[in-house]
Design a protein around this ligand. Structure first.
Ligand SMILES: C[S@@+](CC[C@H](N)C(=O)[O-])C[C@H]1O[C@@H](n2cnc3c(N)ncnc32)[C@H](O)[C@@H]1O
Length: 469
């Protein structure tokens, strides 16, 4: 089944601010969570093995018994805002001419004064308190987690849905509850068949999450839709992050039909495939053989294989061979009226690979007609000015300042406290590519030989994977 990928954030109760007091009060007044009777039984707190039966409870709530000779629909419309709304609970029992009202909103007949039931010839004797049975079915997953998980610790805040898989990144204090959390999510989220948690032991050269199955089928082959394209891949073997869909879209929107794209860490194709669908010619590369296979397959799936050439190698080799050859051809091609874009989305180490661009075309006796635009991603940690941190990282590895080359520095997403993923978009100028502007910083780095073999190694991103979700 094809499904879109998304990130779900659990609702958090928040306190009213003075200026919006009345509005917020109204909005939250009827929130079921404020009414202890409507919450799951207190006895479920701390439950680690899901016992659905333990959620059963009987409560007394107000009902309107509508006389049989009245128009039930008309009465329902009048009291609509006072209905008891709960998951899988029908507040109007047509056969019995009975309407369940919210116990916080209606405690006495006068609470219904504003709907003027007397005009419908209904008197106060119609309001009665009767028992109803609630069960596990009547609560959403966030209400269940609020009732079960430790009240004094950080709640489960968000998770991602990738096809039929729900992907969690549980904090340590929630690990004892992981099976329960998995089961509740599978029960409550439509289309969810598998729930996984990011595991602690990490081998993440290829940026795929090491995951532990919490419940459901051990089937990680997913089909997802993003930016109008379909992607199929094994989520346990490749990188896919639904939180990046907006960023992918932003880059693809920058591209025009006659542009070319060099996608250095292409993954399964979220830049490559939509770009090729626009008509761009794409050179795509990924080191992970599983990503490469999925990339090739996704190009075929989306009928864009003719526009894409895929490679499966280290990005450093790709820069020095395919990108170099392509730049030599495109930058000097007078008839080429498009732009050249280079995407480098491997935030933990792509900036290091920038060191291979200065002087990349140095032996060529050419005049460049185009300035390729690089979109490089990085993590900016600490400090207040993340744009400045990102810029300095790029300058450090490029070995020069980027004042005259900069197009944009953009915030992409927050990955951990005080750590943001950023994009620096800058032009590779003729001076840079021909090696005329390499400054002492680059020479110093070269001399120290810190970059030669190190920058070719596949990344080891333990730190990022511990914190980002
Ligand atoms: C953060 S993911 C980005 C994937 C995709 N572009 C996206 O936006 O979702 C980084 C990708 O780089 C690949 N990768 C890691 N090290 C690499 C290297 N040295 N050379 C080329 N690709 C590499 C990983 O396999 C992974 O697919």
């Amino acid at each position: 089944m094809i499904s879109s990928t998304k990130t779900l954030t659990l609702s958090k109760p928040h306190l009213p601010q003075t200026t919006h007091l009345i509005f917020v009060r109204l909005r939250h007044y009827f929130k079921n969570m404020l009414c202890p009777d409507l919450n799951p039984p207190a006895t479920v707190r701390g439950m680690q093995q899901l016992d659905r039966a333990a959620f059963a409870k009987t409560i007394k709530v107000p009902h309107l018994l509508v006389p049989r000779d009245k128009n039930l629909n008309e009465v329902c419309r009048s009291v609509k805002k006072y209905l008891l709304k709960m998951e899988r609970y029908k507040p109007v029992i047509t056969e019995e001419y009975k309407i369940t009202l919210h116990p916080l909103a209606v405690q006495k007949w006068e609470d219904l004064a504003d709907v003027h039931l007397e005009k419908l010839d209904i008197g106060s004797e119609a309001l009665v308190w009767q028992e109803i049975q609630l069960s596990y079915e009547n609560w959403k997953y966030d209400e269940i987690f609020k009732a079960v998980l430790p009240a004094d610790k950080e709640a489960l805040s968000s998770f991602s849905k990738v096809g039929h898989i729900i992907h969690l990144n549980l904090k340590d204090h929630l690990l004892p509850y992981k099976e329960l959390i998995g089961e509740v999510i599978r029960d409550k989220i439509a289309d969810c068949r598998t729930v996984v948690n990011k595991s602690i032991s990490i081998d993440n050269t290829y940026r795929n999450f090491q995951m532990e199955l919490l419940c459901g089928e051990p089937n990680y082959q997913v089909s997802v839709k993003e930016n109008g394209c379909m992607f199929q891949f094994d989520f346990s073997k490749v990188y896919w992050n639904p939180r990046l869909s907006t960023e992918h879209e932003k880059i693809v929107k920058m591209l025009n039909k006659h542009d070319v794209l060099y996608d250095l860490y292409a993954g399964v194709g979220p830049f490559t495939v939509p770009a090729a669908r626009k008509g761009c010619k794409v050179l795509a590369n990924d080191l992970n053989p599983d990503s490469y296979q999925a990339l090739v397959a996704n190009c075929t799936l989306n009928k864009v294989a003719n526009n894409v050439t895929c490679h499966n190698k280290d990005a450093v080799d790709f820069i020095k061979q395919e990108v170099k050859d392509a730049l030599l051809a495109k930058c000097t091609e007078k008839e080429f009226d498009g732009e050249i874009h280079i995407t480098m989305n491997l935030p933990a180490m792509a900036v290091e690979h920038l060191v291979h661009f200065p002087g990349l075309l140095k032996d060529a006796d050419i005049v460049l007609h185009k300035k390729p635009l690089v979109h490089v991603y990085c993590f900016a940690k600490g400090g207040d000015d993340k744009k400045q941190i990102a810029r300095e990282l790029v300058e450090q590895w490029l070995g020069m300042e980027v004042d005259d080359k900069l197009k944009e520095i953009a915030f992409v997403r927050n990955v951990a406290p005080n750590k943001d993923m950023m994009r620096v978009s800058f032009y590779l100028t003729e001076d840079l590519l021909l090696g005329h502007s390499t400054n002492s910083k680059k020479r110093q780095l070269d001399e120290e030989q810190t970059l030669s073999e190190d920058a070719k190694r596949p990344c080891n991103l333990n730190e990022e994977n511990k914190t980002s979700s």
